[in-house]
Design a protein around this ligand. Structure first.
Ligand SMILES: [Zn+2]
Length: 259
């Protein structure tokens, strides 16, 4: 039994408040949508702070992004939502935010591609980084096209992140996982480097998905999270004091500083 429209409107408003309170959006950033029946999309409009949004601020668009109901204007980012709905019939809600740590990774040109945390490997596999595309143009989604079929959350270079799922609560939880993974990865890097799980453990986690009722198109496929075996061997080396002095002597002699 599909939920009544009024309930879906309230779901978006409630999730919008959470997204704002969690600091995932600044000012009027971000957008949330739900797929309705009849090729219609219920979505947040442009120019409204997600923390102060009301149910009658929401608008309804068709699958070409034309507004068919509501007073406010559509967001230019609706095209990204529509692309995801068209490519993924299983997706019924899309959430786009600029959560600061995940967006930091996206701004540094880094994906969240390591198998670090069991629940993330089970739920998302990993989070790829799509190439930058100018907001408000088709280029915004072009870089995401290769990733949409396989992944349920994507970082958008120099922009933010998007997560999607069967309903708005699953889309929200997936975005929460992305931001959490970004924070944990950052802390691990500050503490000397993230250490991914070994491949045998990652395989066990993928195999446990049925037990947890998790559906995902990721797995031990190209684009799987990097395991301990996938990382290059550490370039750290150990030198004695004598070794170091001899290297420095050689270097100084080569430059004619020592004779
Ligand atoms: Zn955005």
């Amino acid at each position: 039994m599909p939920k009544p429209l009024e309930e879906l409107r309230r779901d978006i408003v409630d999730v919008g408040k959470l997204v704002f309170q969690k600091g995932w959006v600044a000012a009027t950033d971000g957008n949330i949508s739900i797929r309705l029946d009849g090729g219609r999309i219920l979505c947040t409009p442009t120019g409204v702070c997600k923390g102060m949004m009301r149910v009658d601020d929401l608008i309804i668009c068709d699958m070409e992004g034309r507004k068919i109901e509501g007073c406010r204007d559509r967001t230019s980012e609706i095209d990204m939502h529509l692309t995801i709905y068209k490519m993924r019939p299983d997706v019924h809600s899309v959430l786009h935010a600029h959560s600061p740590v995940a967006t930091g990774f996206a701004a540094a040109g880094r994906s969240l591609n390591m198998a670090l945390l069991p629940e993330v490997v089970i739920g998302l596999g990993c989070v790829p980084l799509a190439e930058y595309g100018l907001p408000g143009t088709p280029a915004l989604t072009e870089g995401m096209l290769p990733y949409i079929p396989q992944y349920d959350a994507i970082l958008m270079a120099n922009h933010g992140a998007v997560a999607y799922g069967e309903n708005v609560h699953q889309a929200f939880c997936r975005m929460d996982t992305v931001e959490h993974l970004a924070r944990v990865t950052l802390v691990a890097e500050l503490l000397g480097g993230a250490k991914p799980l070994p491949r045998v453990e990652v395989r066990k986690l993928f195999n446990s998905r049925d037990r947890y009722g998790v559906k995902s198109n990721t797995g031990m496929l190209p684009g799987a999270p990097l395991t301990a075996e996938d990382l290059p061997p550490s370039e750290k080396m150990q030198l004695t004091r004598e070794d170091l002095i001899s290297i420095l002597d050689d270097a100084l002699r080569a430059r004619g500083v020592l004779t």
